[in-house]
Design a protein around this ligand. Structure first.
Ligand SMILES: Cc1cc2nc3c(=O)[nH]c(=O)nc-3n(C[C@H](O)[C@H](O)[C@H](O)COP(=O)(O)O)c2cc1C
Length: 399
């Protein structure tokens, strides 16, 4: 009889991912910068918000459908872009198929291991993600390629400070997985034979290149080659962001907002959506959890843009709390990576199902027939929970 691979929670998917992946790949996904304060707070802060459930007069049919940047999605969860390699041979294509099978959209990292053309073919609801890296001409060419491939939106991610150093140690990632590097990893691969076997069966080892960052038929840069280009690009101004949005010319999300003043500037730059995000705790450690920042930012931008949140979402109840506090939808990162590592495409579908069912239970308990009926009254936010950044006179005067 086939082994039952169904996973009940995201925590179980993470346990399986840990058992299956080589230690260095697992720790590259776990990440979190420096002491991991933000990484932990993103998850734990959801636990500080409570529910106010009803017991009778509940609703039998519950609807989760919504839209993000014009794309209809069957429930308020989309895939956040992760530039992550060597998790599974099908990588982002498996994730894209899983998202399509569950009626939702995928954000594709510019550091992804699979091409935007392959990913759009697997899921036409693909948003391409770009960092501010390279010259304007290079960025324009990358945007043109994504547009020609059929990407239906652009995600500009700005929250990255090139900090490195994790208190529990960064994994060693080779420049290229050639024979020499593989021998260095051999003990890890041999300790994780199922992961290795998946790659052997697929006929290729992870090559750690970035196929969406090639220009004009040249070979794809290695992960570190691309990272070097990014590090040496001068950081963008708000005018640069407005240029990027205009050059893209379609739905545009700015990902990485923590402050009210930045949220307002994003509105002024003409974006379609923002994501309240701290890169899953991988950027400036001790930045507050995104769910603490969300309510204030929602109040600051009103209906001027769509507000999403990402960071720490592991349960359907986390999704519902974010939506009740004003998010249109959430984006998930590690949750689907654990599913992908544990069981490929079905593992990602499993994680999406866990979240959808969790949302449904909450709607039932809260007495709502639709996610659009959720309001802050459905949740209990303790005193002192919220954080408001960038609201002072000094912040407003900076242009
Ligand atoms: C391993 C890893 C790689 C990531 N790479 C990218 C990336 O290339 N582009 C990007 O915009 N965000 C990237 N992120 C951030 C995610 O899009 C998202 O903001 C974060 O994972 C949300 O937190 P969560 O993992 O707790 O859900 C990455 C996150 C992780 C964990």
């Amino acid at each position: 009889m086939a082994k039952n691979l169904w996973m009940e929670t995201v925590a179980e998917a993470q346990r399986r991912a840990r058992r299956r992946l080589p230690a260095s790949v697992y720790s590259a996904l776990l990440a979190g910068s420096e002491k991991g304060v933000t990484y932990e707070d993103n998850m734990n802060a959801f636990g500080e918000v409570g529910f106010a459930p009803h017991v009778a007069g509940l609703v039998a049919e519950r609807d989760q459908a919504t839209t993000v940047m014009g794309q209809p999605i069957s429930f308020p969860v989309i895939i956040s872009p992760t530039g992550v390699q060597a998790v599974h041979p099908e990588g982002e294509v498996a994730v894209a198929r899983a998202a399509a099978a569950r009626g939702t959209a995928i954000g594709l990292s510019s550091f992804a291991s699979r091409s935007v053309e392959d990913v759009v073919a697997a899921n036409p609801q693909t948003f391409f993600q770009l960092y501010w890296m390279g010259s304007r001409d290079v960025m324009e060419a990358r945007m043109a390629r994504a547009r020609a491939a059929g990407a239906v939106g652009l995600i500009a991610t700005l929250d990255w400070t090139f900090s490195y150093g994790r208190d529990w140690g960064s994994p060693k990632i080779p420049e290229k997985l050639d024979l020499k590097a593989m021998l260095g990893f051999a003990h890890e691969g041999l300790l994780r034979p199922k992961w290795l076997l998946d790659y052997v069966r697929s006929g290729a080892l992870p090559d750690l290149t970035t196929p969406n960052l090639t220009d004009g038929g040249r070979p794809a840069p290695t992960f570190f080659g691309a990272y070097g280009e990014w590090m040496t690009t001068p950081p963008p101004t708000w005018e640069d962001i407005a240029w990027m949005r205009e050059t893209w010319g379609g739905p545009f999300m700015l990902k990485g907002i923590s402050r009210h003043d930045d949220a307002r500037r994003a509105v002024d730059a003409g974006v379609t959506a923002i994501s309240v995000s701290n890169h899953g705790g991988n950027n400036l450690d001790t930045t507050p959890a995104t769910i603490r920042l969300l309510p204030g930012i929602v109040e600051a931008v009103g209906d001027d843009v769509e507000v999403l949140l990402d960071g720490g979402v592991r349960r359907g109840s986390d999704v519902v709390k974010a939506v009740a506090l004003g998010a249109r939808a959430v984006m998930i990162g590690r949750a689907y990576l654990w599913g992908l590592a544990a069981n490929g495409q079905p593992g990602v579908e499993n994680v999406l199902d866990i979240l959808r069912r969790g949302v449904d239970s909450c709607l039932l308990g809260l007495g709502h027939g639709s996610i659009h009926d959720l309001t802050p009254d459905d949740v209990v936010v303790p005193d002192g929970f919220r954080r408001e950044l960038g609201t002072g006179a000094r912040s407003r005067s900076r242009t």
